[in-house]
Write a protein that binds this ligand. Structure first.
Ligand SMILES: [Mg+2]
Length: 283
């Protein structure tokens, strides 16, 4: 089954830490050459879309805003729809906080603001105990809603893993007994937005990721076929233990090309007539 739209996780699927997974760059080029499209759907809120475009450029991969659909984007859309004009306490990176403000959300880091109606938690690489205390105070003493960008427990980096948004929320839950509504994967919204934006039928799309409980679950909920890659978190043994069974399993994205991309439109044909001069191959 050839595919036209590839909905790709980034961490553990395309990159590990700050490096491309071997074969990932060639796969992205092959998708473009085939007339297909790739969209990164990522729960990683540590980078904005602009940060990602710069990051991939340093790795030799050109991309534009149309190639991204982040949990940050899904969260901002959700907050715009439900919390426009309301004060939101935010625990997040400076980059995501700025993106929320640019999109008209009234986010604050002042827990004493009496107008706060919602607490929004995301990955935060400048997390400290004062911020944790502010969130616990608001969730314990005030009638506020509680939203978080993504349920991922860990975030892969070059030496292993760091605690991600889900782990931060677990820590808060231990103290407050409150659990947020998570908006990133495995909620199907990101995949649905991507299909709409590309005008692509679900059967012509493929969700690719390294995690069963976020990537694969998200694709399944959106009714799109899924491919698990073993270059990140999940192992083949994890598949047997999980209810989230992928449609396909591959060692890495490098192996997707043969299965899901059509052959190039014009291929090189062997010249069997010795008297004719060699023609240049066109690809
Ligand atoms: Mg991943």
């Amino acid at each position: 089954m050839k595919k036209r739209l590839f909905l790709l996780d980034i961490d553990g699927t395309i990159c590990r830490g700050n490096a491309l997974i071997p074969g990932a760059g060639e796969f992205l080029q092959a998708v473009r050459r085939s007339g297909g499209q790739f969209v990164f759907i990522t729960n990683n809120a540590t980078r904005s879309t602009a940060d990602y475009i710069r990051f991939f450029r340093t790795l030799g991969v050109e991309s534009g805003p149309e190639n991204y659909l982040t949990a940050a984007y899904a969260t901002i859309r959700y907050m715009q729809e439900r919390y426009a004009g309301q004060h939101i306490y935010i625990l997040a990176t400076d980059s995501f906080t700025a993106e929320c403000r640019q999109n008209g959300l009234l986010v604050t880091t002042d827990a004493a603001d009496p107008a706060i109606t919602c607490v929004l938690v995301s990955y935060d690489n400048a997390l400290n105990y004062d911020k944790i205390k502010d969130v616990c105070l608001l969730l314990t003493t005030r009638q506020v809603d509680y939203i978080a960008t993504n349920p991922d427990l860990v975030c892969p980096v070059d030496f292993g893993y760091l605690p991600d948004c889900g782990a931060i929320c677990n820590m808060i839950e231990t103290a407050t007994h409150r659990r947020p509504r998570f908006l990133g994967k495995p909620e199907p919204a990101m995949v649905q937005y991507a299909l709409q934006n590309a005008g692509c039928a679900p059967e012509k799309a493929l969700v690719v990721g390294d995690r069963l409980y976020t990537d694969i679950a998200c694709g399944r909920r959106a009714g799109v076929e899924t491919a698990l890659v073993l270059s990140g978190e999940a192992t083949r043994a994890d598949v047997y233990d999980s209810e989230e069974k992928p449609d396909y399993i591959f060692p890495s994205v490098a192996e997707l090309r043969q299965e899901f991309l059509p052959e190039p439109a014009v291929s090189c044909v062997r010249n069997t007539a010795p008297e004719t001069s060699m023609r240049a191959c066109v690809s």
